[in-house]
Design a protein around this ligand. Structure first.
Ligand SMILES: Cc1cc2nc3c(=O)[nH]c(=O)nc-3n(C[C@H](O)[C@H](O)[C@H](O)COP(=O)(O)OP(=O)(O)OC[C@H]3O[C@@H](n4cnc5c(N)ncnc54)[C@H](O)[C@@H]3O)c2cc1C
Ligand code: SF4
Length: 328
């Protein structure tokens, strides 16, 4: 496996980066830490001849209060005790991404936009060619659900669900200026799974904004994976809640590692707010979220197991936060 040559651009402002993306539309990628993009390039997946590095864009490396520049390294979040006190679930998710070495380079923006994964896709060019490639790259058929022209590759970023449950927003910049919207709206849940995000061509993620009102709220992230020191999530469950005496005052749950995009369950959790959280209610909540998720067979663990573990992880994480437990 080797890297094909590409032209590297190193803009120093967001506007310059967006301008370069417009000039090289369809023939470029943004490069952040490169921990996802470059391994994919080495496997000759969706190669582009132009890479726009974001490492010199000062605005994107800057972090202040609840504003986290997209180029913030995960290792920096992990080391920041004040951040972990304010947003414990996000810090807990960041700590569980990959390995310390990867986290030293990996960024927040890159984690939100990490490529979806599937065992027919994360393979060398030689391996993929032996099956005639697949819809997501170079081919015309899906090996997981062949009867549909949709890609079911799994969204495997750890930060997104944790950011979603605290109500974080992303700030993006592009040819038409800047806009801000909830993290969940970054993902194209109604799309074909290949175009996985809602960014317009040339748009770059500048920062993530964490709301002040969520500061200090109990939140947590639980991750299922084969090797806890290393692997992508087979399932990620993020929860944020607050309590008013023996009643739930607020509750949000989101999942990742199961479907082509991270998912929130506000319609389900809203029914539990304002009520005491008895063991029976907790079981019912876990069962409802478990019933709603639809993993397919394209990662290491079978979908039935990941589905059942969703219920287990929802129950455990809500219980931990409800009883005042801190991050693992
Ligand atoms: C061994 C190994 C284990 C891993 N385990 C995990 C894991 O457990 N959990 C997990 O979540 N990830 C994991 N990863 C994937 C990856 O390391 C992380 O997701 C990381 O946070 C990606 O960030 P990056 O800065 O390296 O992104 P890059 O690789 O630079 O970019 C990823 C994608 O995002 C786009 N992009 C990056 N920044 C921006 C931006 N600001 N605006 C617009 N587009 C942008 C790039 O064009 C590219 O498409 C693993 C990787 C390796 C090599
Ligand atoms: S889900 Fe199908 S189209 Fe998507 S990467 Fe896997 S095999 Fe390819």
């Amino acid at each position: 496996m080797h890297l094909e040559p590409f032209e590297l651009h190193r803009p120093t402002s967001v506007e310059e980066a967006a301008g370069l993306a417009r000039t090289h539309a369809g023939r470029c990628d943004f490069l952040a830490g490169g921990t996802d993009l470059l391994p994919n390039y080495k496997m000759h997946i969706n190669l582009r001849p132009h890479l726009i590095s974001l490492d010199r864009v000062g605005e994107m490396t800057h972090r202040e209060g609840g504003r986290v520049g997209a180029m913030t390294r995960l290792a920096e979040l992990e080391r920041d005790a004040a951040f972990a006190r304010d947003y414990p679930g996000v810090a807990e998710a960041a700590r569980q991404v990959a390995t310390p070495l990867v986290r030293a380079s990996a960024t927040v923006g890159g984690n939100l936009l990490v490529e979806t994964r599937c065992f027919f896709f994360n393979q060398s060019q030689f391996w993929r060619a032996s099956l005639g490639f697949c819809l997501k790259a170079d081919g015309d058929r899906c090996h997981v659900v062949p009867q549909k022209a949709v890609c079911y590759a799994t969204f495997s970023g750890d930060l997104a669900p944790a950011l979603m449950v605290v109500g974080a927003e992303v700030e993006v910049a592009g040819p038409d200026g800047r806009r801000r919207f909830p993290v969940g709206a970054l993902y194209d849940a109604a799309g074909d799974g290949i175009r996985r995000v809602t960014l317009a061509p040339g748009e770059v993620v500048v920062a993530v904004h964490l709301p002040a009102e969520a500061r200090g709220r109990p939140s947590g992230y639980a991750k299922l994976r084969a090797r806890p020191s290393f692997d992508f999530p087979e399932l990620g469950v993020a929860v944020a809640l607050s309590r008013d005496g023996d009643r739930l005052a607020a509750l949000r749950v989101a999942t990742g590692g199961l479907e082509p995009h991270p998912r929130e369950f506000d319609a389900i959790t809203a029914r539990y707010v304002g009520e005491p959280l008895s063991p029976e209610r907790l079981d019912a909540l876990a069962a409802e979220v478990q019933a709603a998720v639809r993993p397919v067979h394209n990662t290491a663990y079978p979908p039935d197991y990941r589905k059942r573990m969703t219920g287990v992880f929802v129950r455990r994480t809500v219980e931990r936060l409800w009883s005042g437990g801190t991050a693992a």
